[in-house]
Design a binder for this molecule. Structure first.
Ligand code: R5P
Length: 321
């Protein structure tokens, strides 16, 4: 595909982080993934072999930096380096899930700002742009000095909420920091919002101080950027039920789903959990027998559309809204 792009023909490459998503994106675009092999040396270090010429090409490298985060990051860095040295005319790092994004500011003395460091290394390796989906904090875009297309899966998730509940629903943010996300979905659905005042004493536990807004007698849908241990959603769902919510669904873009998360979510008073495929579901394809409450929607059409627009030099902004 070229369409007169000054950066040459479009080329898609995939690291090993989420090959199913890469395949889906390629299928959406009617393209194939270029040949690339990632292997390990005997000592565990990665090696990358790009199987075809990228010289003068507009290359999009799909590699979410999800678990195993360090491995996926190093793969991303060295593949970008290989592409730059092989004279790709433009390199776009497509990181649907951006690892270390929750460490975007210092919260204690002597903390690192890991999200900024990752941005520095991606740039230093040679990326010319970045495409990502639902960053934990929008300010992370500013950690880069190259263009960042920060897409959102809000519309994809909102479609599911509308399918299940129409407009008769209250959209809930599980913490004050996520209120803008709940507002964005509520405005699509023309629904009221509520916000939970949460405290996190430990990484795997939360305390709910208060639910701000009216949820009694209504179906609630909690909106979050990601599910890690699941404790935020479990705590929020219990609090909403105590306040009289008649049902609780959860929608979140990134299913990080650390060990035990699915079991906790399964046991919680939650009716449905909807995530996207920015991160591969454990063991490859989703097994709905193991996770009957879980539904996975694909961001492949969204990312494919963004890639085509970037390649053709067309506006991407309507995909942010
Ligand atoms: C917090 O600010 C985030 O938006 C998520 O609510 C949180 O990271 C989810 O983590 P967990 O599932 O471990 O509670």
């Amino acid at each position: 595909m070229n369409n007169g792009s000054p950066y040459g023909d479009l080329m898609l490459l995939s690291g090993t982080a989420n090959p199913e998503l890469s395949e889906r994106i390629a299928r959406e675009m009617g393209m194939r993934l270029a040949e690339m092999e990632i292997t390990r040396f005997a000592d565990g270090e990665f090696d990358v072999k790009i199987g075809e010429s990228v010289r003068g090409h507009d290359v999009f490298l799909i590699q979410p930096t999800c678990h195993p985060v360090s491995d996926n990051l190093v793969q991303l860095f060295i593949t970008i380096d290989a592409l730059r040295r092989a004279s790709a005319s433009r390199i776009t790092a497509v990181t649907p899930y951006y690892g270390y994004q929750r460490k975007e500011k210092k919260t204690q003395p002597r903390d690192p700002i890991s999200a900024k460091l990752m941005a520095n290394i991606i740039e230093l390796a040679g990326a010319n742009r970045v495409i990502c989906v639902d960053l934990h904090a929008e300010a992370i875009q500013g950690f880069f000095d190259i263009p960042v297309d920060a897409l959102t899966a809000t519309k994809i998730l909102a479609r599911r909420v509308r399918e299940r509940h129409g407009h008769n629903v209250v959209i809930v943010s599980p913490d004050t920091g996520g209120a803008h996300r709940a507002r964005r979905m509520a405005s699509i659905l023309d629904a009221p919002i509520a916000v939970i005042d949460k405290r996190r004493p430990r990484d795997d536990a939360i305390e709910v101080n208060n639910v701000i807004g009216d949820v009694a007698g209504m179906k609630s849908v909690i909106v979050d950027d990601l599910i890690s241990t699941g404790s935020t959603l479990v705590g929020a769902a219990v609090a909403l039920r105590e306040k009289g919510a008649t049902g609780v669904d959860c929608v979140a873009t990134h299913g990080v789903l650390t060990n035990g998360a699915l079991r906790h979510l399964h046991e919680a008073p939650i009716d449905e959990i909807c995530i996207t495929d920015t991160i591969p579901f454990p063991n490859g394809q989703p097994s709905f027998d193991d996770a009957p409450k879980l539904r996975v929607l694909s961001v492949a059409p969204l990312i494919a559309e963004a890639i085509v627009r970037v390649h053709e030099g067309r506006s991407v902004s309507e995909l942010f809204r």
